[in-house]
Design a binder for this molecule. Sequence first.
Ligand SMILES: Cc1cc2nc3c(=O)[nH]c(=O)nc-3n(C[C@H](O)[C@H](O)[C@H](O)COP(=O)(O)OP(=O)(O)OC[C@H]3O[C@@H](n4cnc5c(N)ncnc54)[C@H](O)[C@@H]3O)c2cc1C
Length: 303
Amino acid sequence: MSVFSKLVVSTTQARPVEKLVTGTKPGKALASRFVAGDHLDDAVRVAKRLNAEGFLVSLDLLGEEVRDRDTAVIARDEYLECLERIAAEGMDANISIKLTQLGLNIDYRLATDAVDLLAEAAGSVGTTVTIDMEDSDHTAATVELYANAQKAHGNLGLALQAYLRRTPDDLARLVPLGGHLRLCKGAYVEPASIALRSKSEVDAAFAQQIRALMTSTGVLPAVATHDQAMIDLTRELAAARDEPFEFQMLFGVRSSLQKELVGAGFPLRVYLPFGSQWYPYLTRRLAERPSNTWFFVRSVFGS
Ligand SMILES: Cc1cc2nc3c(=O)[nH]c(=O)nc-3n(C[C@H](O)[C@H](O)[C@H](O)COP(=O)(O)OP(=O)(O)OC[C@H]3O[C@@H](n4cnc5c(N)ncnc54)[C@H](O)[C@@H]3O)c2cc1C
C-alpha cells in the first residue's frame, strides 16, 4: 500500500473525519457511486438492472467489526432475507459476507453457526456464499472456517489477497476443496512481515496466483480486479481453460470496462454493497484511488 493510501486510511479512521464524511452531502454522494443504497430494496433494484445488462451480482450487506451478539444476529437474518429475495425475484446473484459482521470477534462458534445457516439457505435456493477476506488479524480463522464450511456444504467461496505472504500456501491447500476462490490484490494496511508492500511485488504475486488458479481444475477462479494487465493475462489464460471462471469487479469502478467484458462474452460478477454502514468500505475505495479522495476534498472544502 502506498504512502498516500496509508495517509488516507489513518486520516479517515479519525472520528471527526468520519463524522464529517458521513454527515455531509458530498460524502453521501461519493458513497452512492460505490453503494446501491441504504436498503435491501435498493440493492434488489440495482441488481435486477445489472442482471438485465448481463452481469452476475454478489450482494454485500455493509458492516464489519461487530462487537455484540444482537448486531451479529441481525446481520445474519438480513442475509437470510437477502437470499429469500434472490429466490423470489429470480436474480442471478449470490451473497458476500464478512465474518466479523457475523460475530467472529465475539465467538468463533457464533460466526460458524451463521455461515452454516447461510450456506444451507443459499444451497436451498441454488446459490453460493462468498466469504470476504478482512485484515490479517482474521486471516487464519477465516481460512479455517471456510475450509470446514466448504467441506460440509460445498457451495462456498473465499477471497484470497495476493499481497499476503501466506496466500500461495492457502491457494495450494484450498484449490482441492473446489468451491470458488476470489483472487484480489488486498485492501488493508498490513505490516511488511505479513504482506508485500510495493506495487510491483504485489502485481507479480497476483499474476503468479492468477496463473496458478486459472490452470487449476475443479475450482471456479474468480479474478477480482480492475487492473488492465491482470485482465489481459486472465483473458489469455481463459483461452486455454476448459472449465468455467469469472471476472469480479466492484460496483461503480471502471463501469465501461465491465460492459466491454460482458459484451465480449465473459462472465462478470459485480460486487454490490448496500446498507447504512458504508463508511469503512468507502475509505478503502478512497485509499485505492487518489482522484476519489481529491474529488471528495474539493467537494467539501472547495467552494
Ligand atoms: C469483486 C471484488 C471483491 C473484493 N473483495 C476483497 C476482499 O474480500 N478483501 C480485500 O482485501 N479486498 C477485496 N477487494 C479489493 C481489492 O483487494 C483491491 O483493493 C481493489 O480491487 C483494487 O485493486 P485492483 O486489482 O483493481 O488494482 P489497482 O491497481 O488498485 O487498480 C487498477 C485500476 O482500477 C481502477 N480502480 C481501482 N480501484 C479503484 C477505485 N476505488 N476507484 C476508482 N477506480 C479504481 C483504476 O483505474 C486503477 O488504475 C475486492 C475487489 C473486487 C473487485
